[in-house]
Design a protein around this ligand. Structure first.
Ligand SMILES: *Cc1c(COP(=O)(O)O)cnc(C)c1O
Length: 386
């Protein structure tokens, strides 16, 4: 029983190629009018005062931490269950990532976990909307303020949650800044890219610099109206601007992403139904949220996880792992002496999780095949391990 099921397939096509070709026909390949129009679109989408494009979530987060003057001697709280980039951004500006364990049901960072971790040198918290389900940003802000830590900044990792929400709150509403990723497999993609939204005028002004070498004017501004304008460098920046060549792919996706969300929800529901009665679990749904359904990870007993991956692979099903706990990765173990078991919820999830193929347009027959492999091969492994 074998059927090749890809893990992911993008939906970009000829119309998108034409959009890129139009940029090639213009004099401006780097950040210009095309990106500026997308930034206007993002402000409207999120209802924020400011939005900007960046060339990845990671570079955008580095630019954001630089804009917040976070660096050596500072600590940044991040969940132990996330992609390494969340912690790496703090590390890249010389700050120390302080890991907090996540809620055993939703796998999201909770206010209690943050308040009990809170070291005195904490400058920021980076909650992650894992797999598309939003962390409670309002509760985090209120909790920090109530603990006398109004000075602690909230930087949202919304890489999984472009079109999700929580009780009507969107990313960016209760944070100092929210960052998105347009990496190849994300819900909205231009191959590599990202964006930020913020309601802070000061932060927006600083981000405009820290995403582009710290310069006071971008290329489009320096040459505007045919007259050269000198620029200054007031603060250190990185190189995080998104070229128009890639920004050109974004407008149609941003416009349709909310309308396409029910398709993702329906795919998730089909997997939920296929799992019914099987000893294979998934993270708890928080009824207060509308998930962006970024990916569909499940959990099996850690002892048989790799055997389950081998069985799925042999049956033609492409799978991956999102994620093994960040503090257990060699770099963080070595640098900070983290040990497996230190963040029990994240560790246990990370050692048992498998991400199934999941993308809009996925064929029902393909999903049925994955379900059959789960039922006939993975479930028996789970029962044996129990
Ligand atoms: C993809 C991802 C990132 C990094 O995004 P890039 O655009 O590749 O830098 C950060 N955090 C999470 C949770 C992600 O899934």
């Amino acid at each position: 029983m074998r059927r090749n099921v890809p893990f992911y397939r993008h939906a970009l096509g000829a119309a998108d190629a034409a959009r890129v070709a139009a940029v090639l026909d213009s004099p401006m390949l780097t950040s210009g009018e095309v990106g500026r129009a997308v930034e206007t679109q993002l402000r409207a989408f999120f209802g924020t005062r400011h939005a900007g494009l960046v060339n990845s979530w990671t570079n955008g987060a580095v630019a954001a931490l630089l804009a917040l003057d976070i660096g050596p001697g500072d600590e940044v709280i991040v969940p132990a269950m996330t992609f390494v980039a969340t912690a790496n951004a703090a590390e890249l500006v010389g700050a120390k990532p302080v890991f907090a364990d996540v809620d055993p049901g939703t796998l999201l960072l909770t206010t209690d976990a943050v308040l009990s971790a809170l070291p005195p040198r904490t400058r920021a918290v980076v909650p992650v909307h894992l797999y598309g389900q939003m962390a409670d940003m309002r509760a985090l802000r209120t909790g920090l303020d109530g603990a006398g830590r109004a000075d602690v900044r909230l930087v949202e990792d919304a890489a999984h949650c472009f079109e999700g929400s929580r009780a009507g709150q969107l990313p960016g509403m209760h944070a100092d800044i929210a960052l998105f990723s347009f990496y190849a497999t994300k819900n909205v993609t231009c191959g590599e890219g990202g964006a930020y939204v913020t309601n802070s005028d000061l932060l927006a002004e600083r981000m405009a610099q820290t995403r582009l070498h710290g310069m006071s004017a971008g290329a489009a501004d320096r040459f505007r109206a045919g007259a050269y304008r000198h620029w200054d460098m007031a603060r250190l920046g990185t190189k995080a601007n998104l070229p128009d060549l890639l920004a050109a792919l974004l407008p149609p996706q941003i416009e349709t992403t909310r309308a396409r969300l029910p398709q993702r929800a329906a795919l998730a529901r089909r997997y939920d139904e296929a799992r019914a009665g099987l000893p294979i679990r998934r993270p708890a749904r928080d009824p207060g949220t509308v998930s962006a359904h970024h990916i569909y990870p499940v959990h099996v007993p850690p002892a048989i996880r790799d055997e389950a991956i081998a069985a799925l692979t042999a049956a033609g099903v492409a799978v991956t792992v999102n994620y093994r706990a960040v503090p257990t990765r060699a770099y963080y173990r070595r640098k900070y002496g983290h040990r497996p078991g230190e963040f029990p919820v994240s560790d246990a999830w990370g050692e048992g999780t498998i991400t199934l193929p999941f993308f809009p347009g996925m064929a029902a027959e393909d999903q049925d095949h994955v379900a059959a492999v789960l039922r006939e091969q993975v479930a028996p492994l789970c029962r044996r391990a129990a």
